[in-house]
Design a protein around this ligand. Structure first.
Ligand SMILES: Nc1ncnc2c1ncn2[C@@H]1O[C@H](COP(=O)(O)OP(=O)(O)O)[C@@H](O)[C@H]1O
Ligand SMILES: [Mg+2]
Length: 335
């Protein structure tokens, strides 16, 4: 049986947002509140959810750019949150991040040679002619001519800069790539090219992707499985086709209803569900289900109080209803 490449277990990340006079934290933002995730080698797991739900924080914590408050992150069976810094470095190079904004994430005073080669220079892994060869090789792989090596980022378009970002992430031969909204800042015409490039590179190097996006059509296009994140938690995780055909959680259903459907025969099925209100305040989580105030199925007195119905494998009002329908359907199809 294949072992997972990454296992995230009960991960919590909280940010101090206010301190008292003694410097003690009095208010915290719960950005990630108990996430469990498993990534299998070679797959693309999509992570979707509206802005502010904790996607970037989760991704940054996985690559080690953000400290976990509690929980564990097992890479190849080793808990990254417990490793000593020297060992950490070894695993950290195997997990790399591609950032959203190809404009602000590239240092304008560095040439492409410096930007792309930086991870090798920082570790002392390569210099001189070898460094140049490796930079040139990875530039070709991402579709950039090595002739541009000594130019600065401003000379390039958004799509080309994102290729630079990808080259910088891949030059150390990682196994797992966390791509945080890698096409969101790009023109629609360029998006498909970058998505295709990511797919080709995945095939060639056997990469595993955690692909973060708030855009469901992008996720549908690239992911094998999809995790839906809401207010710091994964509320639903399923194979891409199953999730798009039969969303279970009311939040997923609402997200899906806003996706434009290209096939006119399928359009109008269900209609768009408007999401009222904004996200709850992460420094002050509501009691009960964090989605209850926005949910069209919520039962007052049940969903908005007491134990959070989504935890411990319990299903919410709508999911229970779907379970019942499933049973009824299964019963009625019996011979
Ligand atoms: N450095 C930080 N300090 C305090 N709060 C933060 C910090 N980074 C993110 N947050 C908060 O954590 C929550 C999740 O943010 P983020 O992970 O960026 O979400 P997403 O990527 O889904 O938009 C938000 O409420 C955000 O304000
Ligand atoms: Mg983000």
């Amino acid at each position: 049986m294949t072992e997972p490449i990454l296992e995230v277990k009960d991960l919590h990340v909280r940010f101090p947002v206010r301190r008292n006079m003694l410097g003690r934290t009095t208010v915290e933002n719960h950005a990630v509140s108990g996430v469990d995730l498993t990534l299998m080698p070679g797959e693309t797991l999509g992570l979707v959810g509206e802005s502010g739900c904790g996607k970037t924080t989760l991704g940054r914590t996985i690559v080690g750019a953000q400290q976990a408050t509690s929980g564990s992150i097992l890479y190849d069976g080793h808990d990254l949150t417990a490793l000593k810094s020297r060992e950490k470095g070894r695993y950290r190079r195997q997990i790399r991040m591609v950032f959203q904004d190809p404009f602000s994430s590239l240092n304008p005073r560095m040439t492409l040679r410096q930007i792309i080669g930086d991870p090798l220079v920082a570790t002392g892994e390569a210099r001189g002619a070898e460094l140049e060869d490796r930079v040139a090789a990875i530039m070709r792989k991402v579709g950039l001519s090595p002739d541009y090596m000594d130019r600065y980022p401003h000379a390039f378009s958004g799509g080309q800069r994102q290729r630079v970002n990808i080259a910088r992430a891949l030059i150390v031969n990682p196994k797992l790539v966390v791509a945080d909204e890698p096409v969101s800042a790009l023109d629609v015409s360029v998006r498909a090219q970058i998505l295709n490039l990511l797919r080709e590179l995945q095939e060639e190097y056997g990469l595993t992707y955690l692909f973060i996006s708030h855009d469901l059509s992008v996720i549908e296009n690239i992911a094998d499985r999809v995790a839906v994140m809401y207010f710091g938690k994964i509320v639903e995780l399923a194979g891409t086709a199953a999730l798009y055909e039969r969303p279970q959680h009311p939040y997923t259903e609402a997200l899906m209803s806003a996706v434009p459907i290209p096939d006119p025969a399928l359009r109008g099925r269900g209609g768009r569900i408007l999401l009222p209100d904004e996200l709850p305040d992460p420094a002050n989580p509501p009691p009960g289900c964090a989605f209850a105030r926005r949910c069209r199925y919520a039962e007052p007195g049940r969903c908005d109080t007491g134990a959070i119905p989504l935890e411990d494998g319990a299903r919410c009002v709508r999911q229970e209803e779907l379970d019942l329908q499933g049973i009824v359907e299964a019963e009625s199809t019996k011979p």
